[in-house]
Ligand binder design. Sequence first.
Ligand SMILES: O=C(O)CCC(=O)C(=O)O
Ligand SMILES: [Fe+2]
Length: 165
Amino acid sequence: MEIDDSLESTVKVFRSLVLLGFHVDDSEVTLNVCLGKQFSGGDLFFRGVRCDKHVNTETQTVEILDYSHIPGHAVLHRGRHRHGARATTSGQRFNLLLWCRSSVYRELRKYQKGFLKLVWRMPTREKRTAACLNSCYQTGTTEEGRETCNPSLSRLQVFVCEFVK
Ligand SMILES: O=C(O)CCC(=O)C(=O)O
Ligand SMILES: [Fe+2]
């Protein structure tokens, strides 16, 4: 799956007591790089991946993940992973945000049944990626098809990497 055709980026400066509410990003994948400088607070909180239909459903205990930004480290997560940022309680926090979109993926999503058939025919690695982007952690319910909301695939969603300084 290629995610290379639409990239929106911005450097955000989070000053004291700026709080970013609970939301999902308009992206397939988001890269959030902490550039610094000196700050406290501003923690990210993640509360599980959801499809459009289930975006406001309850959080399961296993989905609770809090993360403290570290300058020089980046977080990579799915746009559909519900998240927010707590207030920066002192100093200034600079973060580079990259919202990566795939128009091909979005087009395929419009034809959900065809999309799932196509995913099924893919080699295993691609299948895993596509299914993972498509999943929603909503136990006991499904969206339009059986494969759509898959708890087992949507738990490993946040990756942290350290940039070479
Ligand atoms: O404050 C942050 O690091 C997160 C920002 C964010 O989630 C966004 O701008 O979409
Ligand atoms: Fe976000």
